[in-house]
Ligand binder design. Structure first.
Ligand code: BG6
Length: 484
């Protein structure tokens, strides 16, 4: 199957940091279909050769084992081309069309336009592609997050996208869905009979989703300050994980069967009011501190962050999924920058046995779904050491490391998603109604914060966020996993 993959934003960070390295991995693993061409589009005037040389240099910054050697890069680079475009100029899309059509062996079976630009350009690019007739059946368009700043702007983008492309031509990326660990979550729930009978309010006390990063905002200050943690991580990545945990079993593995179920979860989330935002949502911003043994500056001292900014770099919240399966079970989400480490996991805390016969604290089982840095599953059971009768039980773990279980050819998130977009598999992409519903749910939080000028609570870089995040969980008689 031949393909043409066009990256708008071809010299941008996302392209060289994530997309090109992911494509190279696919190429190295022999997964990239033959007969492919990759076209980077940007404003600079340069030749294919110059772009390839630039890309080769950028690849030096890629993680060691993922870096191509000279011979590999040479072979990969033969697929890579460059063209200059002014995205507002219709004739430049005409030139692009000619490039796509003038191909040895005729037009490719699939043409993927990847919009790795600032989202304010999305509508313009889609309209121009449509006007140039570049929205035909073979075309797919991939839209990077963030899609909009709020519900209205997301709806506006979706309206334009829909006026040019069919919904099944639009691939909205949430790269968390491409992580192998997240696919394993589907496998755990719907490929194994073991957990499903317990996956409900009768057996589960609470669920905690933590997406912690040790990094700060780095050079992304101007973007991040306009965005904040709620829009950057909660509206998309965290909510997508929550839907995967809470959804009903889909009737098939088809994209729409899965996305219908995810949408139902989003629609069942308890809506926020100004009062519940004040009670159930904590926002924080990091001060200077120590992370992984290194002194780091405060958010306000990061490059290009406006003085006195009230942008949040941390969010913790409590919500519920209001349906029969989950009524009353707290779902806690916590995510932030400059936390103690890069650590993403979902903790499912089961209820204790109804009638304890062993002495000691009333402990319970716990399932930890590890997303990163390791990709694994840990099931905590209670066991007897057998040293004396009447002893308290001790927690022990069944620990599964997927990187060890499947040591070869594990596919990274962007690699998986790029290959899926080329192959036309929509399962791991977000549908417009899901995305809009997620915005609808976070909007009351944004509105309440806009009214409340006290701003975020401060936390030391390297800590687990403001103390209020612990209090939020303690109020229900629970604790974050690391506090137990
Ligand atoms: C991106 C956010 O979507 O996800 C970043 O914009 C964040 O701020 C990143 O750092 C986290 O992704 P990962 O895969 O490194 O956990």
């Amino acid at each position: 199957m031949s393909f043409d993959l066009v990256f708008f934003g071809g010299t941008g960070d996302l392209t060289w940091r994530k997309l090109m390295p992911a494509l190279f991995q696919a190429f190295r693993h022999g997964k990239l279909p033959g007969g492919g061409r990759i076209l980077a589009v940007a404003r600079d005037d340069q030749s294919d050769e110059k772009y390839r040389a630039w890309l080769k240099e950028r690849f030096q910054e890629v993680d060691g084992s993922k870096r191509p050697n000279d011979e590999e890069f040479q072979r990969f680079a033969e697929l890579v081309h460059y063209t200059r475009m002014d995205l507002s100029q219709p004739e430049h899309y005409g030139r692009l069309k000619t490039w796509l059509e003038e191909r040895v062996g005729g037009q490719a079976d699939t043409v993927v336009f990847y919009l790795a630009t600032s989202p304010h350009l999305f509508t313009q690019i889609c309209q121009q592609l449509g006007a140039a007739g570049l929205n035909h059946d073979k075309v797919r368009v991939v839209l990077e997050k963030p899609l909009g700043q709020d519900l209205a702007s997301a709806q506006e983008i979706n309206k334009v996208v829909r006026s040019v492309f069919r919904e099944d031509q639009a691939y909205r990326i949430d790269h968390y869905l491409g992580k192998p660990s997240v696919q394993n979550l589907m496998a755990l729930r719907f490929g194994n009979a073991l957990f499903e009978p317990l996956w409900r309010r009768e057996s589960i006390a609470n669920i905690q989703i933590t997406l912690a990063e040790s990094l700060g905002v780095g050079t992304r200050g101007p973007f991040y300050d306009q965005t904040g943690c709620l829009r950057d991580m909660v509206q998309n990545h965290a909510l997508q994980l929550l839907t995967m945990i809470a959804m009903e079993p889909p009737s098939t593995h088809d994209a729409d069967a899965i996305r219908d179920e995810k949408l139902k979860v989003l629609r069942s989330l308890k809506p926020f009011t100004a009062e519940s935002v004040a009670r159930d949502v904590v926002r924080g911003q990091y001060r200077a501190g120590n992370v992984e043994g290194r002194a780091v500056p405060a958010y306000l001292d990061e490059g290009k962050v406006p003085e006195g900014s009230q942008t949040e770099t941390f969010v913790a919240l409590r919500t519920e999924v209001q349906n029969w399966r989950w009524a009353g079970v707290p779902f806690y989400i916590r995510t932030g920058k400059r936390l103690p480490g890069r650590d993403a996991q979902i903790v499912v805390n089961f209820r204790p046995v109804p009638h304890p016969i062993f002495p000691g604290a009333n402990q319970a089982n716990r399932l930890i779904i590890k997303l990163q840095p390791e990709d694994g599953l840990e099931l905590q059971l209670l066991a007897s050491k057998g040293s004396s009768s009447g002893e308290a039980l001790t927690p022990v773990s069944l620990d599964l490391d997927f990187d060890k279980a499947f040591p070869t050819n594990r596919v990274g998130a962007y690699e998986r998603l790029l290959l899926d977009a080329i192959a036309g598999r929509l399962n791991l992409f977000v549908r417009s109604d899901e995305q809009e519903q997620a915005w609808r749910w976070v909007e009351p939080i944004l509105e309440a914060w806009a009214e409340d000028t006290t701003g975020p609570r401060h936390y030391n870089a390297g800590s687990w966020g403001p103390a209020a995040a612990s209090a939020l969980v303690a109020r229900d008689g629970h604790a974050w996993a690391e506090e137990v």
